[in-house]
Ligand binder design. Structure first.
Ligand code: AR6
Length: 178
């Protein structure tokens, strides 16, 4: 298994694709979304604006993913995915969050990409409990790697030391028994 945990700012990573925790408009916001747009420059917003709206204000429904270029980022591409807003855990939150990871990995494979980095989707403004989200991130990425050659490098980005520990624990628990 080759899932890495890396602590820091995802906009600094020179991988094939970084994943953005966006909202359904894909027109930017705060948190990691704001950081990615700032680092990518205005070309990213212009490209997002060109993506088709499925209905007014919705370019990407929750659980799905859309690809753009990386513009001024060291990453070549950005995948914009929309995580669920945490309510009480009984509104399909886990399945929707799992879809964000799985659909991103599938798109990376389709595009022939080798390396992908994920932030803790939904774990900021959207309120998903990090411990639970980390289990989903670990499970989805490890399950993917068991049956797919690409992307060969998967990075889970922790924004602080506490998140780093939580991710490491989740990966250890999700791994095969010794
Ligand atoms: N690098 C890596 N991780 C980061 C960074 C960064 N530069 N900045 C924040 N995080 P959030 P969400 C972590 O709120 O919960 C936006 O306004 C952060 O510590 O960015 O999915 C969108 O437009 C947290 O663990 O995303 C949506 O409206 C994680 O990234 C909404 O927020 C995700 O926090 C999406 O909310």
């Amino acid at each position: 298994m080759n899932i890495e945990v890396w602590q820091g700012d995802i906009t600094e990573l020179a991988v094939d694709v970084i994943v953005n925790a966006a909202n359904e408009t894909l027109l930017g916001g705060g948190g990691v979304d704001g950081a990615i747009h700032r680092a990518a420059g205005p070309g990213l917003l212009r490209e997002c604006e060109q993506l088709p709206e499925l209905r007014p204000g919705v370019r990407c429904p929750t659980g799905e993913v859309r690809a753009t270029g990386g513009h001024d980022l060291p990453a070549r591409h950005v995948f914009h995915t929309v995580g669920p807003v945490w309510r009480d855990g009984r509104h399909d939150e886990a399945a929707l969050l799992a879809n964000c990871y799985w659909q991103s990995l599938r798109l990376a494979e389709q595009m022939g990409l080798e390396s992908i980095a994920f932030p803790a989707i939904s774990c900021g403004v959207y309120g998903y409990p990090l411990h639970q989200a980390a289990v989903i991130a670990a499970t989805e990425t490890m399950t993917w790697q068991k049956s797919h050659a690409r992307p060969s490098r998967i990075v889970l980005v922790a924004y602080n030391a506490a998140a780093f520990k939580i991710y490491q624990q989740a990966l250890a628990n999700a791994g095969p028994a010794p």
